[in-house]
Design a binder for this molecule. Structure first.
Ligand SMILES: Cc1ncc(COP(=O)(O)O)c(C=O)c1O
Length: 635
């Protein structure tokens, strides 16, 4: 098979330096062309995790993708393996026989990197990143661009070592795994593996042997969208290199908060190093830089959710504060005894409690639209609630507890027909799907920065201009005024009117960087990838006997809430944590919807675009071990 997209064919094959480690060649065949080499697929098909196989394959993959050897990453993997120890009989059971971090980095540096870039401290070496952020001082805007990882100039300097020898990569592996891998590489046994892709199962091509009748790459359906590579994007998130309980961190708690890319971390540092000042007030250079950066971020938020104007965007602490702001301003002004507010049964406490408080203060009533047994809103029942008494409808676009994607545009239209205003809670949707507040026609849209790869303590409230300007001020003080005397105060228009006091300037700038980062990847690419991953994870998890999903709506995003027979949610959470897997177990601040399904708590893995099928498989394997009581240490 000859293909043009091969990155591991003979002449451009990097010498990973592994042969220099003195690893014995255990006689596996030289596999030649490894077009479409899929390390994750091999790992996914393995019955357990094999650290050395994982490491070798991860390094191979990384090197092939980036065209350079990430010394820090290699060192991390090696240290991780070293910390875990080796099977009895391994050539490396004597720890001191295994190459150290330093010796590895030396090998890697000497073998691969150009001398001008010699790396002294591997841990300090920055990893190649798909996206780099270059804050611009003048505008304060973050200038994000796809950095070509091959641009390092290292790619052409690979010693050409001929074909990749898997035997060399896996040298030191114990026999069962060699046999496993060998058979995987030489057969179509992936199809028979215990965990197979539920949808879109990609064909894997490991061999050029035509007798295997593998389709050529040209036969693979080519998708129209740009390539999306979660493994490459993961490099942008330094925390994903963390070890937890000696295992690589698997972050499946994205519904609680998302991890931050280096671009966001750097942007916030850049702000404090070069721009820090209070905003809007002083006539000096740094005030201008900080104001530009802050207002630039507001423009980014506007663009990201397709609001008509920056004046529609109020910076707040997050979703909770945004909902409280609306309840305590618009709500207080417009609700009276006898009026009604409609929410759905799916809501987070943040979209229940402020309305309850408002009802207590005004004498209005709170009504709840029910859901069916899958966790989807019952539209006929919802319609019944939409009488002329309803002044406000407030509901979530994605349920944080079940993952249900509500038919938001339709529900908004229905509410408008009844003459109600609508607040759409975007806390769980904004990172998973395109937001277009004009197409949705929401009167208010709220979200939190930390759920979309930005900092904590910052979020946004979008309001239609006529609605925002009809709202009384909330907090008083600071920059929200035009003029103050002891008798009276004249307020600015929105958004300044709602941003009293010194706000979270740096984190607003960080939020702008996060949204620009997402724009670079493409929210539609993210949605597509995550959908496939969710389908894959759902099928894989169903292989765990006694696992019951809570929330099975046809339209779901990110969330895989479940119960496991015989185990409390917190026991499952603790068992997964022992394996480095972070999931939420508890009531997810959405007690009413969990009680609707007869449970007080669930285990809730939740996905983001940097998660992979391989990570799902690690979790499923951990659950399988747990249920078959083979967990290390048991329960
Ligand atoms: C649907 C939904 N709404 C509101 C919130 C509250 O968000 P925050 O705590 O960022 O204010 C959350 C947080 O999990 C949520 O999932």
């Amino acid at each position: 098979m000859t293909t043009s997209n091969s990155f591991l064919t003979g002449t451009n094959l990097p010498n990973l330096g592994l042969s220099n480690l003195g690893l014995p060649n255990l006689g596996l065949p030289n596999l030649g062309d490894l077009s479409s080499f899929e390390p994750e697929a091999i790992l996914a098909a393995m019955p357990g995790e094999h650290p050395r196989a994982a490491a070798a394959l991860a390094v191979g993959r990384q090197t092939s993708q980036t065209g350079t050897l990430d010394v820090a990453e290699l060192s991390r993997i090696v240290n991780e393996i070293y910390a875990e120890g080796f099977p009895a009989g391994s050539p490396f059971t004597q720890k001191n026989e295994f190459p150290t971090n330093a010796s590895l980095s030396h090998i890697a540096t000497a073998a691969v990197l150009p001398s001008a870039n010699t790396v002294d401290d591997p841990v300090q070496t920055s990893t190649p990143s798909m996206i780099s952020a270059l804050p611009s001082v003048a505008s304060g805007a973050t200038n994000l661009a796809f950095a070509d990882p091959i641009n390092t100039g290292y790619a052409n300097q690979w010693p050409t070592s001929g074909n990749l020898d898997i035997g060399q990569l896996l040298a030191g592996s114990d026999d069962p795994y060699q046999a496993e891998l060998k058979s995987l590489l030489g057969s179509d046994s992936l199809a028979n593996s215990s965990i197979t892709a539920a949808s879109n199962a990609a064909p894997y091509y490991f061999l050029q042997d035509s007798s295997l009748k593998q389709p050529s790459v040209s036969q693979v359906s080519v998708t129209a969208h740009p390539p999306f590579d979660a493994n490459l994007l993961r490099k942008d998130f330094p925390i994903l290199r963390e070890l937890v309980n000696g295992r690589p961190l698997i972050w499946f708690d994205n519904a609680a908060t998302t991890q931050k890319p280096q671009a966001v971390i750097d942007r916030i540092s850049y702000f404090y190093e070069n721009e820090n000042s209070n905003i809007h007030r002083a006539a000096h250079e740094l005030a201008a830089r900080a104001t530009d950066a802050y207002e630039g971020a507001r423009e980014t938020v506007r663009r990201f959710i397709n609001a008509p104007a920056v004046d529609n965007i109020v910076f707040v602490r997050g979703t909770t504060e945004a909902i409280n702001l609306v309840a305590k301003t618009w709500g207080k002004k417009h609700l009276r005894e006898g009026d009604e507010i409609v929410i759905s049964h799916l809501e987070h406490h943040a979209n229940i409690v402020p309305w309850q408080q408002l009802c207590q203060e005004t004498g209005a009533k709170l009504k709840v639209a029910p859901v069916d047994d899958s966790g989807q809103v019952l539209l006929a029942e919802y319609q019944q609630l939409l009488t002329s008494r309803v002044k406000l409808v407030s509901f979530t676009q994605v349920s944080n507890a079940l993952g249900t994607v509500t038919p938001a545009a339709e529900m908004i239209q229905m509410a408008h027909r009844a003459g109600a205003k609508v607040l759409l809670d975007g806390a769980q949707s904004v990172s998973h799907m395109r937001t277009d507040v004009q197409a949705l026609d929401a009167d208010f849209f709220v979200f939190s920065g930390h759920k979309v790869f930005g900092p904590t303590g910052i979020g946004a409230l979008y309001g239609k201009p006529e609605v925002l300007n009809d709202m009384p001020a909330w907090q008083g003080g600071g920059n929200m005024i035009q003029d103050v005397t002891f008798d009276t105060t004249v307020y600015h228009d929105a958004p300044a009117k709602f941003e009293a006091g010194t706000g979270n300037i740096a984190d607003a700038v960080g939020l702008g960087a996060a949204l620009e980062y997402v724009e670079c990847i493409g929210i539609d690419n993210i949605a597509r990838y995550e959908h496939d991953l969710l389908v894959y994870a759902t099928a894989a998890m169903l292989k765990v006997s006694g696992l019951h999903f809570v929330g099975t709506a046809r339209e779901k995003a990110s969330v895989l809430s479940f119960r496991l027979d015989g185990f409390k949610s917190e026991e499952v959470g603790a068992a997964l944590n022992r394996e480095g897997i972070a999931v939420r177990s508890g009531h997810h601040c959405a007690q009413p919807i969990l009680r609707r399904f007869g449970v007080e708590t669930t285990v809730r893995p939740s996905l983001a675009f940097y998660n992979t099928q391989a990570e799902v498989d690690v979790m499923v394997n951990a659950l399988l071990r747990l249920t078959s009581n083979k967990a290390p240490g048991g329960l």
